[in-house]
Design a protein around this ligand. Structure first.
Ligand SMILES: [Zn+2]
Length: 99
């Protein structure tokens, strides 16, 4: 199953459909070209993806699809009540490993 090894050690799997750690986005310019009745599959093809690590909150943006290298972003501040580098979710809320 395809996945990305996050810097924190967690493997973010993006093979599941739908994927709980994958987010889709589209630029405003590209979205402006979408008019009328929307074909979900056509809209999907225009979107890019990012993965959000459920353990450390890093975001990995795939600007040119999953075949290209992802750009890494790390939140500037830890979530309230969370120590830097610590998981943001209790272990029982983290995703189970891919099957
Ligand atoms: Zn991580």
């Amino acid at each position: 199953m395809p996945g990305l090894d996050c810097r924190c050690g967690h493997r973010i799997s993006y093979g599941r459909i739908p994927c709980p750690d994958e987010w889709l986005f589209i630029s405003d310019v590209d979205y402006d070209g979408v008019t009328g009745a929307v074909d979900a599959e056509e809209l999907y093809k225009k979107m890019n993806s990012f993965l959000r690590c459920p353990q450390c909150r890093r975001v990995w943006i795939f600007w040119r699809g999953f075949q290209s290298e992802a750009e890494e972003f790390l939140p500037a501040s830890p979530a309230a009540g969370v120590q830097a580098g610590a998981p943001t979710l209790p272990p029982d809320q983290l995703d189970s490993p891919p099957e």
